[in-house]
Design a protein around this ligand. Structure first.
Ligand code: M6R
Length: 613
């Protein structure tokens, strides 16, 4: 979603570098951008543009900004359309503000400030911060004091950076939206995302909930929510995780799909004891989850679908009762908590507002919280009691691909770990499951060799469709949901996933000759039932793309069935089958989007990291 970059330098103009930092945050999704600097005379100079950052860059080339103190922003519209007046920075000449998040009491603040003759020029919630700070400055306060008072009046979530007319400082603050201070030799930085600051410095200090910070060109001072001075730890960020190159691929998404054999392999190996080669999470000091205990798994979007797959796995190999919840529902629903219960939160970014709030809610209710995240320094990683890292590397494409398969391999290893701990599988069975998992990277590679076949399927059946259905049973049902989610977010074609057994309870009414149905049916106990559902939709004219494995293919061929178009996945095993079926889902969605000419890496209306609820 929105992104913030701010720089305060002793000797160099900053606007160009702020814009280059904003470019590195483009992947988060945005619809306008802007930058403001303090001129040598001490005034605030603002440039804003709607659309891609290239428009802002062109504007700044035409009307350069010379200041050495500046703030920049990419905005993903929440309050007010994506027009220049609503773009950040918002400034009234006295202060300039960039803001991520939502100020929930903005209407009330605006009403009060308008009564005091403050004149607003946008529809945003952010502008109320500008006028509130100004109101305190008007009362004779210094910037630091005005900021402290302002923060006490703001409700909601925010990461903000503020410039003050005639002042050589930047003030930043965070509550529910991440913000990090970057430390340089002759300058200081502020960023909502370490990725944006990576070219400038590898030394970061992450602000904690409620913190605010004053940056000067060679120093910084952090205050906590009570405005007491505090020290926060310095973190060295790994530069190799910060690469933003497409490495010859047409899109980040395609690059990320092709990275899966290596990142899934690396993530799996992180979960295994190097000697026994069995899953080992003992270093995390997790509480023992007893048989028949309830385990909550909470997430959003694709991460939620990984949680759904984990429910099938955990309940098939252990006696744990798994409750899977969408974070935005879980956080507001009353649910009984057992004191000392365990909850797992899955998130690529580790910053998703609803998942983070759900974790806070669970912690407040005495739950031990495990974060399965891809960003070691994320808010969730810092809030959780234990962290299991996926090792997918930076995922830039808005559509999650490699993070999802890495989440699945972690959850598979976690399942085997618990099953061995409970004795619900034998050591030999555990070793066989690990053997199955270790073949997954090369089997993903096999899938990737079939990309042309998937491109042809997209061309023949998907690109011209208005509606597409995905069906599956068991652990393939969440993969059907994931296939539909990938396709709709990338190609804007309406797509839905259903449990195959639910078709007759309603969705089959949608079927006619114009609706392709993608059926996920690798060979296994539910194969025959799913194939019956494929016949039912084919009998009503649907074009069926059957995703199955070698055994499933032979079975279908033995039936003499020629109506279905088959796509063969490499293998069928408890863990490998759903994971491998995810690969053709990703590639079909990618090629359909490519054929439709949509923006694959930054689909409309979507943001990579959903930091507002
Ligand atoms: O960073 P998170 O995993 O918490 O993000 C959750 C969802 O926003 C994310 O998976 C979203 O659904 C993706 N765009 C799916 O491709």
């Amino acid at each position: 979603m929105c992104g913030i970059i701010a720089i305060i330098s002793q000797n160099q103009p900053v606007s160009e570098r702020i814009i280059s930092g904003l470019k590195r945050l483009e992947y988060r999704g945005y619809d306008s951008s802007g930058v403001a600097t303090i001129t040598p005379e001490g005034t605030i100079d603002v440039r804003r543009a709607v659309g891609k950052i290239a428009s802002l860059q062109a504007l700044v080339e035409q009307l350069p900004l010379t200041g050495k103190i500046g703030i920049g922003h990419t905005r993903w519209a929440t309050h007010g359309a994506a027009v220049e007046d609503n773009a950040h920075p918002h400034s009234n000449g006295r202060v300039a503000v960039v803001h991520n998040g939502i100020i929930e009491n903005f209407a009330e603040l605006r009403r009060e400030l308008e009564q005091k003759d403050h004149v607003f020029s946008s529809q945003t919630d952010t502008e109320s911060i500008v006028h509130l700070i100004t109101d305190f400055l008007d009362q004779g306060m210094r910037p630091e004091q005005a900021m402290k008072e302002t923060l006490a009046h703001l409700e909601g979530a925010f990461g903000i950076a503020v410039l003050f007319q005639g002042e050589e400082l930047i003030i930043g603050a965070r509550k529910g939206s991440p913000l990090a201070v970057g430390l340089g030799d002759t300058e200081m930085y502020l960023g909502s995302d370490a990725l944006g600051l990576a070219p400038f410095t590898d030394q970061m200090v992450y602000l904690e909930e409620g913190d605010w910070v004053i940056l000067r060109d060679n120093s910084y001072q952090i205050f906590n929510a009570q405005s007491e001075p505090v020290e926060r730890a310095k973190t060295l960020i790994a530069a190799n995780n910060m690469s933003l190159a497409k490495d010859g691929f047409a899109h980040f998404m395609l690059k990320e799909i092709f990275e899966q054999p290596s990142v899934v392999g690396q993530t799996l190996s992180n979960c295994l004891d190097p000697h026994s080669r069995l899953p080992d999470f003992s270093g995390l000091n997790l509480p023992r989850i007893e048989p028949f205990q309830r385990l909550n798994i909470i997430a959003c979007g694709t991460s939620y679908l990984a949680a759904m797959v984990a429910k099938y796995w955990l309940e098939s190999l252990t006696d744990i009762h798994v409750n899977v919840d969408i974070a935005s529902e879980f956080r507001y629903r009353r649910t009984p908590f057992v004191n000392g219960g365990v909850a797992v939160f899955i998130s690529q970014s580790g910053e998703t507002a609803d998942t983070l709030a759900a974790m806070t809610h669970a912690k407040e209710n005495g739950q031990f919280c495990i974060a399965v995240v891809n960003v070691a320094t994320s808010s969730m990683a810092r809030l959780a009691d234990a962290v299991i890292l996926t090792d997918a590397g930076a995922e830039i494409g808005v559509a999650s691909t490699k993070a999802f398969t890495c989440q699945l391999v972690v959850l598979a290893a976690f399942t085997v770990f618990i099953a061995l701990q409970h004795g619900s599988v034998t050591l030999e069975q555990g070793q066989q499951f690990v053997e199955e998992l270790t073949h997954i990277p090369s089997q993903i590679q096999d899938q990737l060799h079939h990309k042309e076949e998937l491109q042809q399927l997209a061309q023949a059946y998907l690109v011209h469709a208005r509606d597409i259905l995905y069906i599956g049973r068991g652990a393939h049902y969440p993969i059907a949901l994931e296939g539909a989610l990938k396709l709709k977010e990338l190609s804007y074609i309406h797509a839905e996933g259903f449990p195959a057994g639910e078709l007759k309870h309603g969705p089959i009414a949608l079927i006619d000759q114009d609706v392709p149905v993608i059926v996920l049916a690798p060979f296994g106990p539910l194969f025959d039932k799913t194939i019956s559902n494929a016949f039912e939709v084919a009998a009503r004219g649907a074009k069926v793309i059957l995703v199955t494995d070698k055994q499933g293919k032979s079975a279908v061929e033995r039936m003499g069935q020629q109506q279905f178009t088959l796509f063969e996945v490499s293998t069928a095993g408890t863990f490998s089958s759903p994971l491998l079926c995810a690969i053709p889902m990703q590639l079909m969605a990618y090629y359909t989007a490519l054929l439709k000419g949509t923006d694959v890496d930054q689909p409309r209306n979507l943001a990579k990291s959903v930091t507002v609820e």
